[in-house]
Design a protein around this ligand. Structure first.
Ligand code: NI
Length: 196
């Protein structure tokens, strides 16, 4: 089932999300619905707060990056099959010199900006069966993980922009929070949530 994506301005996107336990109701179904929602919106990642749930769950599918011809065949193979659920993730370490990459977000349609982040991330997380892993990622995978991880910490990529950039996009963000934007997927805007 495709879920509506929560738009910028909803307080759930600013909240630090809580850990989940194996007892969470219909957990597998939620993961399936989140994947369907992400693919329906052509996203590379989706975090639970973006479907209105303040829990520490996010998905990443890095396969679109496998098209990048500047990558080595090994990297392309890694990206092509990289589809993962991160449950109760904690970033343990970030390393290296920050690099800029143009980011967007399904909750903030029509806005893309260069965001600076470190290139290497070590993360501890559980999979959908609550089996624990600690892994280190670099490149685009690290980038998507950092963006999605920020969502479960209540941080949006627009929070990481310079104050000048923030001023420049303020009008657009205000419009999104009022539902004045277009996206080719279903969204839920803060005004609509208030009425419910
Ligand atoms: Ni996002």
């Amino acid at each position: 089932m495709i879920l509506p994506i929560i738009a910028y301005g909803d307080p759930v996107l600013k909240r630090k999300a809580k850990a989940v336990t194996p007892e969470y109701p219909k957990f597998k179904e939620l993961i399936e619905n989140m994947f369907e929602t992400m693919y329906g919106a052509n996203g590379l990642g989706l975090a639970a707060p973006q479907v209105g749930l303040s829990i520490r769950v996010f998905l990443v599918d890095a396969s679109p990056f496998a098209e990048d011809e500047e990558l080595s065949p090994e990297e392309r193979a890694l990206y092509a099959s990289f589809k993962k659920v991160f449950v109760n993730a904690e970033i343990l370490d970030e390393e290296g010199e920050e690099w800029a990459f143009s980011e967007g977000c399904l909750s903030i349609p029509g806005v893309t900006e260069d965001v600076f982040r470190q290139p290497k991330v070590t993360i501890r997380y559980q999979d959908e069966n609550f089996k624990e892993y600690t892994e280190t990622y670099t490149g685009y995978i690290a980038r998507v993980i950092q963006h999605e991880y920020d969502h479960i910490e209540g941080i949006l990529f627009t929070d990481k922009l310079s104050s000048l950039k923030k001023r420049l996009i303020k009008g657009k963000l205000n419009n999104i929070s009022k539902g004045k934007c277009s996206a080719d997927y279903r969204m839920r805007f803060p005004e609509m949530s208030k009425k419910r």
